[in-house]
Design a protein around this ligand. Sequence first.
Ligand code: MCA
Length: 509
Amino acid sequence: MLFLDHLHTHCSRLAHKTAIEFVAPDSAETHMVTYRQLEEAIQRTMTLLQSYGVEAGDRVALQLPKCLPFLYLHLAIMRLGAISLPLNPGYPPHELHYFLEDAAAKLFVADSANRSAIDPLQPTLAELQHILYLDPFSDQFDALIAGRPATNARLPANPATIALMIYTSGTTGRPKGATLTHGNITANLNSLHTAWGWQEQDVLLHVLPIFHVHGLIVALHGALNAGATAVLLPKFDGDDVIDRLISGKYSVFMGVPTMHRRLLDVAQGRDVDFGRMRLMTSGSDRLPDDVFQAYQDRFGYTLLERYGMSETGMLISNPLHGERRVGSVGLPLPGVSVRIVDPEMEQQLPDGTVGAVQVKGDNVCPGYWRKPEKSAEAFTPDGWLRTGDMGVRAPDGYYTLKGRAKDLIITGGYNVYPPEVELVLADHPAVTASAVVGCPDREWGETVAACVVLQPNSRITEDELIAYCRERLVHYKAPRRVVFMSDFPRNALGKVQKAELRRLLTADA
Ligand code: MCA
């Protein structure tokens, strides 16, 4: 049964049970939504979407903060057989335009607060028919759907129908939309349901953003798939999260390493007992050994680290029962095949040998939106997805990641592809060349640094270049540091040696 069908059955079976508790920002107000109310809201939202002409296959972009209308819209879009395209609320118009254009979105639902920045984009987007502005935390959306008839339109029956698009970047070119089907999402949710022992009685403390696979699918849909309750906080606040985790109300928490480190920092001097917590996971970036260890020492809890991608959902996880191994991402999830291959010849390597990680399974997306050549490049001829990560398999089946074959920075759990930042820098008249690298950082894992060669006689300061990038890129992609150089270290072929740049910058810091 597909995820949406499953959710539909919960909505009658668990009608009066709380599906979502939403804590509004800057207020102690909590909105409770039962499974029946969720179903009604989805159905009325489907009618709203139909009034904007949304049909199966259409892309509907959502750029909203974490709010209930986002959830209703996202689920209603997918149930209509259309494609939900969640976007980071921090994307400035420069980036936003690209996503809306590339996806050829028909409807764009945006925050009214951004109207003046967004309105000028519409005339330049041929396929965008409507922009719907919402005040995400008012009762405007409720009023908008209240009078509409509920529709019990059929759920998409075909697992191959695309449900969700998540933009990811690559080592070359602009971001591309990974197209996750109803079948992909369902396969991954089913694997996680089994592997992590999701239960109807679970209460998830949800602090992640909901425009990525981690917060949206793994956490939020995971809870809804189980008929559990998800408590949505608008943003991560370490003190508040610690108070909640020890309150005894919650059983599941998912975070990125930056969050876990912050929890350790804010818990200093406090007596912390996570006694009622059944499952606490870490993902989106490598969990540092010292955080894993400190969690055990301070909190008496062994974090469960897992590994996934936007293109696939979750792939490998430490076990719920059994050894959660420090530094390792664990064992392949049910239904997921993993192999380690020689990066050049792509032949399978023996255990204990580091190679490229490749994966297969019903959770793996069919490819990228309208980019057949990128989709083809992503897979081997026999259908294995090239993850771009390096790893090794131990004889007992545990996998450990060993760096990246691709040029990628991970900062606070968000991926930054250097070419995206380099393209923006290249547009600046004072810049001749740039090389963007990640510098190791205790809190963020890595931070973005740009090495820049300026045009002769041009004058620009580090702060000015950072400000320029911040206008054009979402906050976490903008460099935190700019270092001016006369040239970059290069190999015999003239290729910039990024490893050497990283070494220079790290030594310098
Ligand atoms: C915030 N800032 C950041 C980041 N987040 N800088 C670099 N990297 C970041 N990730 C900046 C802010 O703009 C601000 O800068 C300063 O840091 C402090 O902001 P603060 O309020 O403390 O940050 P925050 O709002 O608390 O955010 C930290 C965070 C957040 C909660 C760790 O980054 C976060 O939610 N990360 C989760 C990412 C995630 O969900 N990834 C999943 C994608 P200034 O003061 O200069 O303005 S990966 C995925 O989905 C795959 C499938 C997977 O496997 O999970």
